[in-house]
Design a binder for this molecule. Structure first.
Ligand SMILES: Nc1ncnc2c1ncn2[C@@H]1O[C@H](COP(=O)(O)OP(=O)(O)OP(=O)(O)O)[C@@H](O)[C@H]1O
Ligand SMILES: [Mg+2]
Length: 274
């Protein structure tokens, strides 16, 4: 793909073509989604296909609609018009019970971390397993929780008994990541998974996202401000500006975009890294 999508209609076409090329059905389709809060139109006709088993990275400036878009994908927000199709089902007008079933396909790491403050870190990670894997008990449950702590370089004995308020921001983020992947979901949504993490841990999170794709076929959608990490992990990148996709593709498409904001976004990075 050498051209840069400048309109939602075109972005849908090229993403669909990319999915068809790989003969992989889209696991998530966002079809002409509009969303306003009051008179502020945050999503302005968003179109997007996410190929099953791929890693989509969403880039863009602050307040442009990235988190709002992601919340639509998991049914936490409903569009004013348009559709969100997950695994062939339109979730945009779905009832609570059906939505709960669809949501069980997802793991999500919220931008805020969103841990349960009244539970220990250990219980936060164990929570989804206790809720959804009732047969996993005793030592087997403990072992799985320990394993999840270790995947994210957290010491289960030291940090497990403490509460989220008693650990650092980066550690909290990693506990949230561990909780999000505890049930080995087929789709994981990450809202800024590496913001506030040191470079080594950032690299570990990138590797984990890549491993989940390679070994388990997991689809990941990642909102990031880390350009190097985006280029490293993405199968497809979209750049969101004022509720529209103004550039999409990979590194070449991002760096050659003629859109003024996209150029500005990458300018500083390019100077340092090219
Ligand atoms: N529940 C809400 N009610 C009203 N306005 C909202 C709500 N959620 C988001 N917004 C507004 O929608 C716009 C887009 O927000 P969003 O959280 O998607 O930004 P973002 O691209 O994720 O930015 P950041 O990089 O800072 O996280 C912002 O102007 C925000 O204030
Ligand atoms: Mg956000």
């Amino acid at each position: 793909m050498s051209d840069v999508a400048q309109s939602p209609a075109k972005s849908e076409g090229s993403a669909t073509a990319a999915a068809a090329d790989q003969k992989i059905q889209p696991i998530i389709r966002v079809v002409d989604v509009h969303k306003s809060f009051g008179d502020h139109e945050v999503l302005r006709g968003m179109n997007l296909d996410v190929a099953k088993g791929s890693i989509l990275v969403i880039l863009g400036g602050s307040g442009m609609g990235k988190s709002v878009l992601m919340k639509h994908m998991i049914g936490l927000l409903q569009p004013d018009s348009g559709q969100i199709i997950v695994d062939g089902e339109d979730i945009s007008r779905m009832g609570a019970a059906a939505l709960k079933r669809v949501r069980s396909k997802f793991g999500m790491v919220f931008q805020s971390g969103a841990l349960f403050d009244s539970m220990s870190n250990w219980d936060n990670v164990a929570f989804p397993l206790r809720e959804h894997r009732k047969k996993l008990k005793g030592t087997a449950l403990d072992e799985r929780v320990r394993e999840l702590f270790k995947i994210f370089s957290l010491d289960p004995d030291q940090l497990g008994p403490r509460f989220p308020s008693e650990i650092s921001g980066g550690q909290r983020k990693r506990v949230a990541l561990a909780r999000a992947v505890a049930l080995e979901p087929q789709i994981v949504l990450y809202d800024e998974p590496t913001t506030g993490l040191d470079p080594i841990t950032t690299d570990q999170v990138d590797e984990m996202i890549l491993d989940a794709k390679r070994h388990l076929g997991v689809t990941s959608i990642v909102i990031s401000h880390d350009i190097a990490s985006a280029f490293k992990i993405a199968d497809h990148i979209i750049f969101v500006y004022e509720g529209e996709i103004v550039a999409e593709g990979l590194k070449a498409e991002m760096l050659s975009s003629q859109h003024a904001f996209v150029r500005e976004f990458f300018a500083t990075w390019s100077h340092k890294n090219l």
